[in-house]
Structure formats: structure tokens, C-alpha cells
Design a protein around this ligand. Structure first.
Ligand code: HEC
Ligand code: HEC
Ligand code: HEC
Ligand code: HEC
Ligand code: HEC
Ligand code: HEC
Ligand code: HEC
Ligand code: HEC
Ligand code: HEC
Ligand code: HEC
Length: 456
């Protein structure tokens, strides 16, 4: 059997003793590449520059809102001593839009760029990371040394407090009475002795538009239906109920049988008083014989009817009839919905209606974004509520079923802080005085360094 024999000598013969004198194909390639790449890059760079752009220095695509400014890096990267600097100062941002401070009580002011991250592609700059907020809110320090809010919040799931109205001891201090349970019963007595089933929509509407079924008769057409559906942002909150739109058809304000279905105006007692004086004055002028009439027995007058007083003249008759009508209104009709406070004069004062238009004043909410749900999915307690003082709003657990800090990535709705809160106190925003030309924003014109404007 033949064996291959490998002696050291035979092996040595395989080695090309001239290997260092000519190149291996790999090495040749490496050489040419190391020459060509910089040349190609330089060529690309020169062409890009020749087209007037500075994009070549960029570290990534700009955000959606700012992409239009890509040609003019110095709008943000204010040139220092004529040279490009990778740093961005707040001054550059404030030349284009104001961004008021968060809270007078904050101990320091983070730079814009700690929250609004650039060059990460077509992102939304407002979508800031929770860390932008928890850098302070995980261990809240205040300038006055007295935190007024939860001291440690690390995420919407972690240590975020229950909403203010839902904390124990809180009540709805609205000044107009309403028994939700009663009004949501089937077969409720409606206008003209009909039987109806009311829905939330009949008194509260955030998203849909249409006629109000229980508004006052003869309302102006514009008032008889709710706001135009074309302005979605007006529909974030539900406007407080109004007597004329939502109660008037069932709760009528008749004042005396002689006048049939005529009603007093829904207004201050002084105005109701003036109205009554006028109507009874006109009546007695037209019917002088009525002076001997006392009030016709009225179905609406409660049992403990006052001793009827017989008038001696027209003026006295008017006074007595106005007294009777007001007694009816203030011991029954108006009192059903209002607290009536005595005053030093003869007329009571109607307590302020005080209906809350916005409950969660430290957060944002939008009913329209939730219009796919039933009202009672969130306002679960409403159908059983008999007291005006009941709080009917949903608590944090309701929201946590959908809004999670990991958001859409974890098949949930957005749950980072910015979804429900504002950082900037926009009530303090100042108008921005635009200072750039189109050439300075889009073209090659030199960008002026913004004046030391008012730092937020
Ligand atoms: C709308 C404002 C804006 C414009 C316009 C802009 N940048 Fe930036 N750039 C930023 C911000 C913000 C940072 C982060 C700076 C910091 O952390 O201080 C940044 C950072 C950088 C960095 C540092 C690396 C990094 O990613 O942090 C480079 C390099 C850079 N930009 C290049 C450019 C170039 C080149 C252009 C023009 C094509 C440009 N930028 C246009 C806002 C802008
Ligand atoms: C040359 C002007 C200009 C400069 C400089 C500029 N912006 Fe803007 N910014 C705009 C315009 C225009 C919009 C879009 C219109 C709007 O929303 O007001 C915008 C929108 C925004 C938005 C809202 C849009 C979103 O995606 O959430 C944020 C946040 C923002 N800018 C932050 C900054 C920050 C931070 C800086 C500084 C790094 C900066 N801007 C620099 C012009 C500018
Ligand atoms: C602690 C984080 C944080 C800092 C610091 C910060 N912002 Fe904001 N900014 C936000 C958040 C969150 C929003 C979205 C909610 C809101 O409007 O307050 C926002 C919104 C904005 C908007 C969008 C307004 C709109 O609705 O179109 C602009 C513009 C803006 N910021 C500019 C700035 C500028 C300029 C600075 C620096 C002076 C700055 N921000 C500093 C977090 C921050
Ligand atoms: C620089 C520190 C700081 C940062 C960053 C910060 N906050 Fe605050 N925040 C405060 C202080 C201080 C208060 C007021 C505390 C007090 O008076 O007790 C406050 C109050 C609040 C309040 C309650 C009062 C109100 O105005 O509604 C909310 C909500 C809030 N911050 C949300 C946020 C969110 C969301 C972010 C991130 C986008 C954020 N904060 C970032 C310091 C900060
Ligand atoms: C899904 C909506 C939502 C998200 C996400 C959310 N919050 Fe809130 N937050 C609320 C609501 C609603 C309130 C109650 C506001 C009120 O009572 O006026 C509130 C209240 C607060 C308050 C006031 C607390 C107090 O003591 O009264 C602070 C501070 C706050 N949030 C910070 C944060 C921070 C920081 C984050 C992110 C880590 C965050 N929130 C995420 C909805 C949200
Ligand atoms: C007959 C008209 C009427 C109907 C029908 C009605 N409401 Fe109300 N609602 C009112 C009035 C008036 C108030 C203000 C008085 C009060 O605060 O209780 C109110 C207050 C509220 C409040 C805020 C007050 C709080 O304490 O939280 C919520 C939330 C509410 N209603 C939800 C509903 C829902 C959900 C439905 C349907 C299931 C409904 N309402 C049906 C008239 C009505
Ligand atoms: C069916 C319930 C109901 C009856 C009955 C009723 N009101 Fe009202 N009233 C309301 C509602 C709801 C509001 C708040 C919204 C509005 O102004 O329509 C209100 C508001 C008022 C206000 C304004 C209170 C404020 O905030 O300053 C006055 C004044 C008033 N009513 C007077 C009367 C008088 C006088 C009567 C009797 C003649 C009467 N109301 C009968 C429901 C009623
Ligand atoms: C579809 C008819 C209808 C509408 C619309 C309606 N109510 Fe009523 N309401 C009734 C009936 C029926 C009663 C029970 C009979 C009665 O006491 O008059 C009642 C009773 C009340 C009571 C006394 C509740 C109790 O516990 O005894 C109040 C207060 C009241 N309504 C307020 C309102 C307010 C405020 C509105 C408008 C926001 C309104 N109602 C709209 C039909 C209606
Ligand atoms: C996703 C939960 C959710 C759903 C669904 C929902 N609401 Fe609300 N509702 C809220 C929250 C949260 C508030 C408190 C908002 C605020 O005032 O800050 C509120 C407030 C209200 C108020 C008091 C006025 C106001 O805007 O603050 C009324 C009235 C109301 N809702 C009625 C309705 C009706 C009617 C529906 C059905 C069409 C409905 N809600 C559906 C969560 C919900
Ligand atoms: C059934 C799931 C669900 C529940 C429960 C829910 N949300 Fe939402 N929410 C959504 C969806 C879906 C959106 C719209 C998509 C988005 O912006 O992520 C949204 C959007 C929002 C927005 C942004 C609105 C806008 O258009 O700017 C806020 C703020 C919010 N929700 C607060 C709340 C609060 C507070 C609660 C509890 C009272 C709540 N949500 C309960 C699903 C839910």
C-alpha cells in the first residue's frame, strides 16, 4: 500500500519564497478599496455640498415637523465662531416657537433636547420618554419645599395616584339637583303624558350632533341642536346640561292657570318677579271684573294652600297674585332643581349652578378618542346613582385596562405620560415673532443667529 510521505523538505518546497514581492488577490483588493472608498466618499460629499446641502454631516433623518429645515443645519446648530457645532441650545429652538416653563415650583429647567430627541427619523417630537418626566417625578423636589402632588411616580402603572375626584371623601358639589337613576328608568313620564326612555345622549353629548329631544318649545333652530360635528376638538369634554336644551320639555314653569301653558322665564327671581308684575298688571287691565276672583283652584298648588286673600283694588290684586305665583315657584317648581337661599329681601337667591365642565384639571382627556365605547363602560355607577353628590367618573383602573406604559408595542394604547399630560404651561405662551426668510429656512442664505430672546 502506497503511503504519502510528507518530509519537511517536501513541505518547504510548497512555500513561495517570493510571496512578499507580489500581492495575494485579497490584499490587492484591500489596497484598492482603501484608496477608492475615500475618493468615492469625497466625490459624493463634494457633489452634495455643490448642491448646497449640509445634510452630509447629519447623524440621521430629522423629525417629521423639522424635516423641511434639513438644508439649514445652522437653524438649530447655531454656528459658533463660524464653525458647525453638534450641540444645540434652547435659544435656537425658541427662535421658532415659544415653549413656556412647566411649573413655577420646579427646581431646575431641563434643556429642550433632553426631552425632544432629534435625528431619529420621522418621529413625533412630543412623544417624549417617561424618563423625561420621571427625572423629576420619581422623587419630586419643589422650590418651595412643599410638594402639592404625588411625590413619587415612576410610570402610569407604577405609583401613579388615583385621580383627585375619586379619592375618598370627594363629592360632586354641583348646584343643580339630578337623580340619574330616576331619569334613566324605562317609562319615565315625558312631555304631554307620553312615556319615554331617556339616554345619556339626551342631556350630554360629546360626539354626535342632532336635535335635542327635550328642549324648550320654540327654541331657535341653532340652539335646538348641538354644536357642529365638524369641529372635533370642541368635543373633548361634555358641556354641562342646560335647562332650555335638556329639561324644559318635561319640567315646565307654569305660574297661573289663567295663563294656560304660559311659563315664567328661566332666570333670576328679580326677572321672574318683573315678568309676573307685568303679566298680572296687563291681565287686570283687560279683565277689571277679575278683581273679586281669588286664585282658581290649581292642580299644582300643594295641599297646604295659603288662605286666599281678597283684593280691594287692582294694585292689591296684582300683588296678591304675584305672591301666590312666587310661592308656588319657590316652594315647588324651582326648588325641585335648585337650592334657594333666603335673602334680606322678599325674593330668594338661586344658588350658583356650579356645574363642573372639566373635572381632571391636571390632565387632558378626550371623549372623541373613546367614542367606540358605551358611556357606562366608563361611567359605570351612573344608572344607579340617586344623589347629585355622587361622583360618576371612572377611576384609574378603568384607564389602565387599555393605557399601558409599553403602549402599542405591547398591544395596548399609548401609556407614556405625554398622552394625558402637558409639560409646557401653554397658558403662559408668548407669541413668536418670526425672523427668517424662506431662503434662510430652505435655501443657502446665511442664517442669522437669533437675538437673545426671552428664555422661556
Ligand atoms: C430642528 C433642529 C435641528 C436641525 C435642523 C439639525 N439638527 Fe442636528 N441635532 C439636533 C439636536 C436637537 C441634536 C442633539 C444635540 C444635543 O444633544 O445637544 C442634534 C445632534 C446632531 C449631531 C450629533 C450627533 C447626535 O446624533 O447627537 C450631529 C452630527 C448633527 N446633529 C448634525 C446635523 C446636521 C449635519 C444637520 C443639517 C443637515 C443637522 N444636524 C440639522 C437638532 C437639529
Ligand atoms: C426654523 C424654525 C424651527 C426651529 C429652529 C425649531 N423648530 Fe420645532 N417646529 C418648527 C415648526 C415649523 C414646527 C411645526 C409647526 C408647529 O407645530 O408649530 C415645529 C414643531 C415642533 C414640535 C411639535 C411637533 C412634534 O413632532 O411634536 C416640537 C416638540 C418642536 N418643534 C421642538 C423643537 C425643539 C426642541 C427645537 C430645538 C432643538 C426646535 N423645535 C427647533 C420650527 C422650528
Ligand atoms: C421635560 C421634558 C420637556 C422639555 C425639557 C421640553 N419639552 Fe417641549 N414638550 C414636552 C411634552 C411632553 C410636550 C407635549 C405636551 C405639551 O404640549 O406640553 C411638548 C410639546 C412641545 C411643543 C409642541 C407644541 C404643540 O402642541 O404643537 C413644542 C413646540 C415644544 N414642546 C418645544 C420645546 C422647546 C423649544 C423646549 C426648550 C425650551 C422644550 N419644548 C422643552 C416635553 C418637554
Ligand atoms: C424639572 C423637574 C420636572 C420635570 C422634568 C417634570 N416635572 Fe411635572 N412638576 C414638577 C414640579 C416641581 C411640579 C409642581 C409640584 C408642586 O407644586 O408640588 C410638577 C407638577 C406636575 C403636575 C401636576 C400639576 C399640573 O400642572 O398639572 C403634572 C401632571 C406633571 N407635573 C406632569 C409632568 C409630566 C407629564 C412631565 C414630563 C413631560 C413632567 N411633569 C416633567 C417638576 C417637573
Ligand atoms: C392614561 C392617562 C395618564 C397617563 C398615561 C399618565 N397620567 Fe398622570 N394623571 C392622569 C389623570 C387623569 C390624573 C388626575 C388629574 C386630576 O386629578 O386633576 C393624573 C394626575 C397626575 C399628577 C397629579 C397627581 C396628584 O397628586 O394630584 C401627576 C404629577 C401626574 N399625573 C404625573 C404623571 C406622570 C409623571 C406620568 C408618566 C409616568 C403620568 N402622569 C401618566 C392621567 C394620566
Ligand atoms: C335628564 C338628563 C340627564 C341624563 C339622561 C343623564 N344625565 Fe348625567 N348629568 C345630568 C345633570 C343635570 C348633571 C349635573 C348634576 C350632577 O352633577 O349630578 C349630570 C352629571 C353627570 C356627570 C358628571 C357629574 C359627576 O358627579 O360625575 C356624569 C359623568 C354624567 N352625568 C354621566 C351620565 C351618563 C353616563 C348618563 C347615561 C347613562 C347620564 N349622565 C344621563 C343630567 C343627565
Ligand atoms: C328641571 C330643573 C330646573 C328647574 C325646574 C329650574 N331650573 Fe334653573 N337651572 C337648571 C339648570 C340645569 C341650570 C344650569 C344651566 C342653565 O343655566 O340652564 C339652571 C340655572 C339657573 C340659574 C343660573 C344659576 C347660576 O349659576 O347663577 C338661575 C338664576 C335659575 N336657574 C333660576 C331658576 C328659577 C327662578 C326657576 C324656577 C322658575 C328654575 N331655575 C327652575 C335647572 C332647573
Ligand atoms: C323626559 C322628561 C324629563 C326630562 C327631559 C327631565 N326630567 Fe327631571 N323628572 C322627570 C320626571 C317624570 C320626574 C319625576 C316626577 C316629578 O317629580 O316631577 C323628574 C324629577 C326630577 C327631579 C326630582 C328628582 C327626585 O329625586 O325627586 C329633579 C331634580 C329633576 N327631575 C331634574 C331634571 C333636570 C335638571 C333635567 C334637565 C337636565 C331634567 N330633570 C330633565 C322627567 C324629566
Ligand atoms: C374612556 C372612558 C369614558 C367614556 C367611554 C366616556 N367618558 Fe365621560 N368622562 C370620562 C372622564 C375621564 C371624564 C372626566 C373629564 C374631565 O372633565 O376632566 C368624563 C367626564 C364626563 C362628563 C362630565 C363633563 C366633562 O366633560 O368633564 C360627562 C357629562 C360625561 N363624561 C358623559 C359621558 C357620556 C354621555 C359618554 C358616552 C357618550 C361618556 N361620558 C363616555 C371618561 C369617559
Ligand atoms: C378600551 C380601551 C381604552 C380605555 C378603557 C381608555 N382608553 Fe384612552 N384611548 C384609547 C384609544 C384606542 C385611544 C386613541 C389611540 C391613541 O392615541 O393611543 C385613546 C386615547 C386617549 C387619550 C389621547 C386623546 C387624544 O386624542 O389626544 C387620552 C388622554 C386618554 N385616552 C385617556 C384615557 C383615560 C384618562 C382613560 C380612563 C378614564 C382612558 N383613556 C381609558 C383606549 C382606551
Amino acid at each position: 500500500m502506497l503511503r504519502r510521505t510528507r518530509t519537511t523538505k517536501k513541505l518547504a518546497k510548497r512555500i513561495d519564497l517570493q510571496y512578499f514581492a507580489h500581492m495575494h488577490p485579497f490584499r490587492r483588493w484591500r489596497f484598492w478599496l482603501s484608496v477608492a472608498v475615500p475618493i468615492i466618499a469625497l466625490g459624493w460629499f463634494i457633489t452634495q455640498r455643490a448642491q448646497g446641502g449640509q445634510k452630509v454631516y447629519s447623524s440621521g433623518q430629522l423629525s417629521h415637523a423639522h424635516a423641511v429645515f434639513t438644508q439649514q443645519c445652522t437653524l438649530c446648530h447655531l454656528a459658533q465662531a463660524g464653525a458647525f457645532t453638534a450641540q444645540v441650545t434652547d435659544k435656537a429652538c425658541l427662535a421658532c416657537h415659544d415653549a413656556p416653563l412647566h411649573h413655577a415650583n420646579q427646581t431646575f429647567t431641563p434643556e429642550c433636547v433632553t426631552c425632544h430627541v432629534e435625528h431619529k427619523g420621522a418621529t413625533l417630537l412630543q412623544a417624549t420618554a417617561d424618563a423625561a418626566c420621571t427625572q423629576c417625578h420619581a422623587d419630586l423636589r419643589t422650590r418651595d419645599g412643599q410638594p402639592h402632588y404625588a411625590i413619587s411616580i415612576t410610570s402610569f402603572e407604577n405609583k401613579h395616584p388615583e385621580f383627585t375626584p375619586l379619592r375618598s371623601g370627594m363629592v360632586d358639589s354641583g348646584g343643580v339637583k339630578l337623580n340619574h337613576y330616576l331619569h334613566l328608568q324605562p317609562n319615565l313620564m315625558g312631555p304631554n303624558n307620553t312615556r319615554v326612555q331617556m339616554t345619556c345622549d339626551d342631556c350630554h353629548r360629546s360626539t354626535s350632533a342632532g336635535a335635542w329631544p327635550y328642549g324648550a318649545a320654540g327654541m331657535h333652530p341653532a340652539a335646538a341642536s348641538d354644536a357642529s360635528p365638524n369641529r372635533p376638538h370642541d368635543q373633548a369634554y361634555v358641556p354641562p346640561p342646560e335647562f332650555a336644551k335638556h329639561c324644559a320639555a318635561c319640567h315646565t314653569l307654569q305660574f297661573d292657570k289663567r295663563f294656560g301653558n304660559d311659563q315664567v322665564p328661566h332666570d333670576k327671581p328679580e326677572i321672574v318677579h318683573a315678568f309676573l308684575l307685568k303679566r298680572f298688571g296687563e291681565y287686570i287691565a283687560a279683565h277689571p271684573d277679575a278683581i273679586h276672583e281669588i286664585n282658581p283652584p290649581g292642580r299644582q298648588i300643594p295641599e297646604r294652600v295659603r288662605v286666599p286673600r281678597v283684593a280691594r283694588n287692582a294694585a292689591e290684586w296684582v300683588q296678591f297674585r304675584v305672591d301666590d305665583a312666587e310661592w308656588l315657584l319657590y316652594s315647588k317648581t324651582c326648588k325641585q332643581c335648585h337650592t334657594l337661599n333666603p335673602t334680606s329681601g322678599p325674593l330668594p337667591e338661586v344658588a350658583k349652578s356650579n356645574l363642573t365642565a372639566r373635572w381632571l384639571s391636571h390632565a387632558e382627556f378626550d371623549h372623541r378618542a373613546h367614542r367606540m365605547m358605551t358611556c357606562t363602560a366608563c361611567h359605570t355607577r351612573t344608572p344607579d346613582s340617586r344623589e347629585t353628590t355622587d361622583i360618576l367618573l371612572p377611576g384609574i383602573q378603568t384607564c389602565q385596562q387599555c393605557h399601558r406604559p409599553q403602549g402599542p408595542a405591547k398591544e395596548a394604547a399609548e401609556g407614556r405620560c405625554f398622552e394625558c399630560h402637558q409639560y409646557h404651561d401653554w397658558t403662559k405662551a408668548k407669541p413668536t415673532k418670526g425672523g427668517f426668510t424662506i431662503q434662510q429656512l430652505r435655501g443657502s442664505a446665511r442664517v442669522p443667529v437669533p437675538q437673545a430672546g426671552s428664555p422661556h
